[in-house]
Design a protein around this ligand. Structure first.
Ligand SMILES: C[S@@+](CC[C@H](N)C(=O)[O-])C[C@H]1O[C@@H](n2cnc3c(N)ncnc32)[C@H](O)[C@@H]1O
Length: 216
């Protein structure tokens, strides 16, 4: 597992090349968008916004014109890239850099979509649990948790890819962007009601997509 300092250094270096992962991320992110009802969102928070690709897609194609977007990232380079990408919507979209803390800069119950794509798979189990607890704090009761992450394959070829990935990760996590397969649903047994969950494979890589609402 990479430390926050190592993650920051890595993604400062990766920069725009992060979007090369689009080949395996896009089908899962498309499903996330399809099931998260962004058309009726008014306040979106993205954790680990990367280059701002998802932010630009949401602001340009899916969110209502009144909806606000707030993204955070640990990497200075990513925050610069994302800020440039969301500039056309600067009246309602902002990105800021954090030290990687899991306390979200948002008031209780002020968000109706919490989005994070390919970030929880970098975090420790404890950090994922702490982040989800924070997410419950900032989400409105009818808000949605919208996640995509690397996960384990479900067919023989994709299971082999996951196995190979886990082997490389064990020796050199930075080589794989610090990401390892996880099962998001395992973190959502308490306090959440699943609205949508699926595993999607693209280019041999498997991703889990989850949309959930807080259990009341
Ligand atoms: C694999 S990239 C994914 C970026 C983007 N979400 C995407 O789907 O293309 C992981 C991103 O999460 C950011 N990140 C990792 N840990 C973080 C933390 N604790 N707080 C904020 N951002 C974090 C990294 O800097 C990086 O930009």
């Amino acid at each position: 597992m990479l430390s926050r300092d190592q993650i920051k250094t890595l993604y400062d270096h990766v920069g725009a090349r992060q979007d090369r992962g689009a080949r395996y991320e896009d089908p899962a992110v498309a499903q996330l968008i399809r099931h998260a009802d962004f058309e009726h969102a008014s306040a979106v928070f993205e954790f680990g916004c990367g280059t701002g690709r998802l932010a630009a897609a949401l602001l340009g194609q899916h969110l209502p014109q009144y909806a606000s977007y707030y993204g955070v990232d640990l990497s200075t380079t990513m925050v610069h890239l994302a800020s440039a990408k969301i500039a056309p919507w600067c009246d309602r979209a902002v990105v800021s850099q954090t030290g990687g803390v899991l306390q979200l800069p948002a008031r209780d119950g002020s968000i109706d979509r919490f989005v994070s794509a390919y970030v929880l798979d970098l975090l420790s189990t404890e950090d994922i649990e702490a982040l989800l607890a924070e997410t419950r704090r900032v989400l409105r009761p009818d808000g949605k948790l919208c996640l995509a992450s690397l996960t384990y394959g479900q067919t023989l070829p994709t299971r082999l890819v996951s196995w190979g990935w886990s082997q490389i990760y064990a020796c050199n996590p930075a080589r794989l962007g610090g990401c390892r397969p996880i099962i998001l649903r395992d973190f959502l047994h308490d306090g959440w009601v699943l609205q949508h969950a699926e595993v999607i494979a693209a280019v041999g890589m498997s991703s889990e997509v989850v949309v959930a609402v807080p259990r009341t």
